[in-house]
Design a protein around this ligand. Structure first.
Ligand SMILES: *Cc1c(COP(=O)(O)O)cnc(C)c1O
Length: 480
């Protein structure tokens, strides 16, 4: 499989080439040259596979430059009960990503039983293995630099801890994460993990990462890389659980299902779109936003209008508080018939006018026919949904998943199971849960006394030179 840029002016690349890089050199995002179709006999055979086997089957279609036996080993080591057994006490431990029916026709796909109790572990753990493999092959090492306000950073650290050839430098705003989030990251004692508490807010952390990344000489010399949500390997690893969810919710491959997806940067639901392009019988992709409804606005009207940071609200489903959706360009590329000239023009409009509008173009109808529907949710909706689901079923859902359930309801069709992706466990968002049901959520046993574990982090001022010195002295030598 070769990969092409959405802007059409970058060289085609293989999977391993794009694995370790970010944006394409022309400013676009890499996508596979085509989506392989899964024919009916193959889909029938996939129904019997374990999660790890399913991951191998999906990934083999997209990865030509890792030997099949190595890919198999990677997937078998990643998708184990040990890695994904941190969830609710009553979750089906024999399954990776088990399905839980809330009522007839409405189910949760449990994606948050990994080490950080959020769905990002599903892809990030595999990414850790892929990085290690790619670096070993090239006899190289890599220093991952990132900024986090909580979730992404911890998922990356838990995926990369102890990996050979990789060090992680993760910036977080000092004193501004929840005690649980702080403990989750700072309690890691692995020698290749560097937690840096910055004297500032999250934006300061992000600015520092940008400043270091823009110093191309430093970036090359210290071999700086990232693990952000545009990483293609993360997207393709997420495709796997759409297949898994479909098989778990149906008896035969004649049936259809819909998925509801709490969305932020459009990575998760993009994977659903790709599963659908591969031939998985998906009726609807229900995109759920919170009050930050830039994507809901697009799917209702065709107008894509990214917000400024000042227009972006801090909500009780914080991992969906986005101002623009970094993976969205990949969907638009498909929507406009994969014509990079059109994508370039739309993003030129975005850069000059701050928005584009598909109304009055043929693509609006294509968007309407593409299976996407959307809706948004509020803090009051989240509380009401958490309470109602808990009362009716005894199952406690987190605020992000509640956004998904709330938006899914009006789109449930007779005879088509609606699968809501569970993107985090309630234990991570105790404050909102207390507000909804009057008591704190239970914690998975492994995290019972998390805050009492010794913590390891360094404090730095919000200063680029100080950060560069810090990295330079710890980045290690060029080869392994
Ligand atoms: C990252 C995240 C999301 C948003 O996922 P995208 O792939 O960015 O759309 C939703 N919920 C939780 C809990 C998350 O951590």
């Amino acid at each position: 499989m070769r990969y092409v840029s959405t802007r059409g002016k970058a060289p085609e690349q293989g999977f391993l080439d794009i694995l370790l890089s970010g944006l394409a050199p022309d400013g676009g995002l890499y996508l596979p040259a085509f989506y392989p179709r899964v024919a009916r006999p193959e889909l029938d055979a996939w129904r019997a596979l374990s999660y790890a086997e399913l991951a191998v089957a999906v990934l083999r279609k997209y990865v030509a430059d890792i030997p099949p036996a190595d890919l198999e080993t990677l997937c078998r080591r990643t998708y184990t009960a040990e890695v994904y057994g941190h969830g609710r006490a009553d979750s089906d431990a024999s399954q990776i990503a088990p399905l839980r029916w809330l009522e007839p026709g409405l189910a949760l796909l449990e994606l948050s039983n990994g080490p950080t109790l959020a769905f990002k572990d599903m892809a990030m753990q595999l990414l850790g293995g892929l990085f290690e493999h790619a670096l070993a092959k090239r006899n190289e090492s890599l220093n991952i630099l990132g900024a986090t306000s909580g979730d992404t950073g911890s998922a990356a650290e838990y995926a990369l801890r102890g990996r050979r050839g990789i060090r992680v430098f993760m910036l977080s705003p000092r004193g501004r994460m929840s005690a649980f989030q702080r403990a989750q990251m700072y309690s890691l004692q692995d020698a290749n993990i560097f937690n840096i508490a910055v004297e500032g807010v999250f934006d300061d952390c992000q600015d520092l990462v940008k400043a270091v990344s823009n110093d191309l000489d430093f970036k090359r010399r210290c071999r700086i890389g990232t693990v952000n949500s545009i990483n293609w390997a993360r997207v393709v690893a997420q495709v796997v659980y759409y297949f898994k969810g479909y098989f778990a919710a149906t008896r035969t491959n004649d049936e259809r299902v819909s998925f509801a997806v709490p969305s932020g940067n459009f990575g998760n639901v993009l994977a659903g779109w790709i599963a659908k392009q591969m031939g998985l019988p998906i009726a609807r992709l229900v995109l759920a936003t919170n009050e930050n409804d830039v994507l809901d606005e697009f799917f209702r009207t065709g107008r894509y209008r990214p917000r400024t940071p000042a227009q972006t609200q801090a909500t009780s489903s914080p991992s969906m508080d986005i101002s623009k959706a970094s993976n969205f360009e990949r969907y638009v590329f498909d929507l406009v018939g994969r014509d990079p000239a059109v994508v370039r023009e739309l993003w030129w409009e975005l850069d000059t006018r701050g928005e584009f509008d598909l109304a009055g173009t043929p693509w609006l109808d294509k968007m309407r026919a593409s299976g996407f529907v959307s809706g948004s949710s509020t803090h009051a909706d989240r509380l009401a949904t958490i309470r109602a689901v808990h009362q009716a079923t005894g199952v406690l859902i987190d605020p992000h998943t509640a956004d998904g359930v709330k938006v899914a309801r009006p789109h449930v069709e007779q005879g088509v199971p609606m699968i809501c992706l569970e993107t985090a466990l309630p234990a991570k968002f105790a404050e909102t849960i207390v507000e909804a049901i009057g008591r704190a959520p239970e914690r998975p046993a492994v995290y019972a006394d998390l805050e009492s574990h010794p913590q390891r982090f360094d404090v730095l001022p919000a200063d680029v030179q100080a950060l560069k010195r810090y990295i330079e002295t710890r980045a290690g030598s060029g080869s392994r």
